[in-house]
Ligand binder design. Structure first.
Ligand SMILES: C[S@@+](CC[C@H](N)C(=O)[O-])C[C@H]1O[C@@H](n2cnc3c(N)ncnc32)[C@H](O)[C@@H]1O
Length: 503
């Protein structure tokens, strides 16, 4: 199927129609109702189709056509596209028809990303076409795309790069806070979608075709985001391959090479935010292998492992993603799953980690690099990007302080932090005290009574010196001991945003 056509005159008309119909996430939720929206999140489109058929609201007709893959009568489609018309939609490569009804040949949905609404065209997924996706499939807004968008620090920057842009979803969100945006992809089809989406949303970017960093070699960016084709896939033709998720390399080489070479396109102080998979071979911890990548990158690095799958689970997950299930074709599924597991076994891989990577080129090069690798598998809160920005800023601030100067800081407990005390029945003192973060990375920090007392006194006015002095008197302990015991944890609470400092 051909990608849509970027005809600026027709796109202006389409945009006018989408705006007039209020074809946006909020309005559609109202028109379709909570049940339909919840069912859509479970990939059940039927309640939404039924709700959309029951109203003449133009946004519902556009949703039937472009999001739900439900053919609509020509007359109804004309009514929802008064400026573009069905013929205009056909010339843009959006629809086809038999004279009586019109059906979409791609997905065009409103999405909210980076705190803003956009329209996003992409290929229809396998639930809309009722067949497995094609090798050159161009992905819409998937779970990983949304994760990366939420993770991205939205501080204004001069230049931003979206590597492996696909339909341009990250690039759109970057355009709201970057002076210039560059999007690269190996797939010309993906870039055609990205151009179309940029024009439809009134955004400008430079689009470059090519593999990984090749198209931007020699350039420098303040922010690089990437949801790269990180899915580890057996080579040798046993499996269907998809450009949207597989970069054609062996094992996790593609992610390793990106981590270790992306510094070459980073401006001083520049940030990389990306997703990735890594293999965990027998007898090794995930941190060993990823730390080697960070060491080779020459960058500061913060890696958060969110999930580990065993090889069988990994194969099942990605076979299902491509529409290959045992129910549809048992023989194909078994051959493919076996090839996948044999590939992992050949490298003695026992687990496959997935996570977020935040890399930064230090502003000044004193040779030291800060690396943090951690596992956080709980639910993450909203405003993740803001939490990451704060962590980076506070870590820089603490690193710049002379010894003892943190005692002059006057932090305050973040508004999303609550304290939980767990008591063994009948015992007056708590056996466990937990500080729980509602937003950001949703951390839960175990505190002893001394740390809990210090945190509880952080009101933004008292300094850490005053608080630790007071707590020492109260507990009849030496102030030196109290400070030595709590200050490392207080530093972590500051970096992780459970304690905040005035900007
Ligand atoms: C997982 S999709 C991400 C799409 C989009 N950026 C997002 O966040 O949803 C990965 C993208 O990388 C592209 N890609 C695959 N191999 C590549 C390569 N060697 N170099 C650059 N891009 C590649 C694919 O065409 C696809 O668009």
């Amino acid at each position: 199927m051909n990608p849509p056509v970027t005809d600026h005159r027709l796109l202006e008309r389409l945009r006018a129609d989408l705006e007039a119909a209020h074809y946006d996430v909020g309005h559609l939720a109202e028109v379709l109702g909570a049940t339909a929206v919840a069912a859509l999140e479970r990939e059940n489109g039927l309640p939404a189709v039924l709700a959309a058929r029951a109203t003449e609201d133009p946004a519902a007709t556009l949703a039937r056509l472009f999001t739900l893959a439900d053919p609509v009568p020509v007359e109804l489609a004309e009514g929802a596209l008064p400026s573009l018309g069905v013929e205009g939609a056909r010339r843009l490569g959006l629809v086809t028809g038999d004279g009586e009804s019109v059906r979409a040949v791609l997905d065009l949905s409103p999405v909210d990303i980076g705190g803003q609404g956009w329209w996003l065209a992409s290929d229809q997924d396998s639930s809309a076409t009722a067949s497995p996706v094609l090798p050159d499939h161009v992905l819409g807004l998937g779970g990983a795309s949304r994760t990366l968008a939420e993770l991205t620090v939205r501080t204004p920057v001069g230049s931003a790069l979206d590597l492996g842009t696909g339909c341009g979803v990250q690039a759109l969100a970057l355009s709201a806070h970057a002076g210039t945006v560059t999007g690269t992809d190996i797939s010309p089809r993906a870039l055609a979608y990205a151009r179309f989406n940029a024009a439809l949303n009134g955004m400008t970017a430079q689009w470059r075709e090519g593999s990984m960093l090749e198209p931007v070699a020699g350039e420098q960016f303040d922010l690089v985001v990437s949801n790269p084709p990180f899915v580890i896939t057996p080579r040798g033709g046993a499996l269907d391959t998809y450009t949207y998720r597989d970069g054609g390399r062996s094992g996790d080489d593609l992610v390793r090479d990106l981590v270790t070479s992306v510094g070459s396109v980073l401006a001083p102080g520049g940030l990389v935010q990306m997703l990735g998979n890594w293999e965990i071979p027998r007898g090794r911890r995930w941190t060993e292998r990823v730390r080697e990548w960070l060491d080779a990158s020459g960058l500061d690095g913060w890696v958060i492992q969110r999930e580990v799958l065993d090889p069988a689970h990994y194969a099942e997950t990605w076979l299902r993603d491509g529409g290959i299930t045992a129910e549809r074709d048992r023989a194909h599924w078994e051959t493919a799953a076996e090839a996948w597991m044999a590939d992992f076994a050949s490298r003695q891989v026992m687990g496959i980690g997935f996570g977020y990577l935040v890399l930064r080129r230090p502003l000044s090069d004193d040779g030291t690099r800060r690396h943090r690798l951690e596992e956080l598998d709980g639910p993450v809160g909203p405003a993740l990007g803001q939490g990451i920005a704060t962590s980076l800023r506070v870590a820089d601030l603490l690193a710049s302080l002379d010894d003892g100067c943190e005692l002059d800081l006057a932090p305050v407990v973040a508004t999303d932090v609550t304290e939980e005390r767990h008591h063994i029945p009948g015992q007056p003192d708590p056996s466990v005290i937990l500080l729980r973060q509602g937003g950001g990375l949703g951390r839960v920090v175990r505190a002893d009574t001394v740390l809990a007392a210090v945190v509880g006194a952080c009101d933004g006015e008292l300094t850490l010196g005053q608080i630790t002095g007071g707590v020492a008197v109260l507990l009849e302990e030496g102030v030196g001991e109290v400070r030595a015991a709590v200050l490392p944890a207080i530093r972590e609470l500051l970096v992780d945003g459970l304690l905040t400092l005035p900007e």
